[in-house]
Design a protein around this ligand. Sequence first.
Ligand code: PLP
Ligand code: SF4
Length: 326
Amino acid sequence: MQQANWQAELRKTKIGPATLLEDIGLARNAPALANQAAISFPLRVTEGFKNRITNGDEHDPLLRQILPLAEEDRDHPDFSFDPLAEYAKQPVPGLLHKYHGRALLVVTGACAIHCRYCFRRHFPYAESNPASQQWQTALDYLARDQTVTEIILSGGDPLTVSDERLSGLVQSLADIPHIKRLRIHSRIPVVLPERIVDTLLDWLTGTRLRPVMVVHANHANELDNSVAMAMEKLKRAHVPLLNQSVLLRGVNDSVTALAMLSERLFDYGILPYYLHMLDPVKGAAHFAVDETQARSIMQGLRELLPGYLVPKLVREIPDTPSKILL
Ligand SMILES: *Cc1c(COP(=O)(O)O)cnc(C)c1O
Ligand code: SF4
């Protein structure tokens, strides 16, 4: 029953830009929209996230994250299809193993919302997306490599997959003796909090693997009461909660916006983890914040917040053994 609800919500997430603009009272003075970029990576948003957009505000920080603007169609020499050179980093399809001890499984290409700045917006999911029968290849690889102690379920958004399939996957992972931790990277607890149902908590906390959930919010307005309730369930199940954000021009590129985000996250039992510099993915150049400004924002945050509410500013550079701390 619960499952049917969130799956029905997921099926309704692909809406046209015109419908969205109508719904939020911007039909008449709409910003210029993308053509090409909106075809290859269409607008997708949940009802809940849409309801958190301020009506009539063309500069709303949530709207900017999902609306395909005309800027996306413009080419930029430094912005490419695969900025992190990830396609070549897969020992088996759908498994990224870049860092010591941790391997990331691209469980699915599907997401509940499409974030316009997403560095995997051009990822070739059709080839790299291991359907459940192919998960076996990844599991075999993980079983052979005893240095891997943590598995990250990512995507796309891993929580778009049914609990039945995720439960089977997690049991197979728990059968590999050297794996200790199960990390979930998901935007769904924020954008589709109804997804946090008992059957999810069952597989997340039902094996010997230590769970950790890394959610993804970029602005305090993304966190409303429905999100608080989902977080409460995860906390009661003793799942540590962390947040990662991307530093985005016009969304959260100020000390005030990021301080409010950190404060709200803590209210909801979540600690800030990473603040990522934008990956230079084609179509996202209009979100770029330069490093000088990023460092000055970080200094402002350190002066305003307790240390544990200041996220780590990081950049990803291909072929380095970790993310780079700025
Ligand atoms: C970011 C990332 C991780 C996790 O890195 P942490 O620093 O442990 O959060 C693991 N694998 C890949 C491919 C990543 O991009
Ligand atoms: S993978 Fe994450 S950041 Fe990218 S579109 Fe999906 S939810 Fe957004």
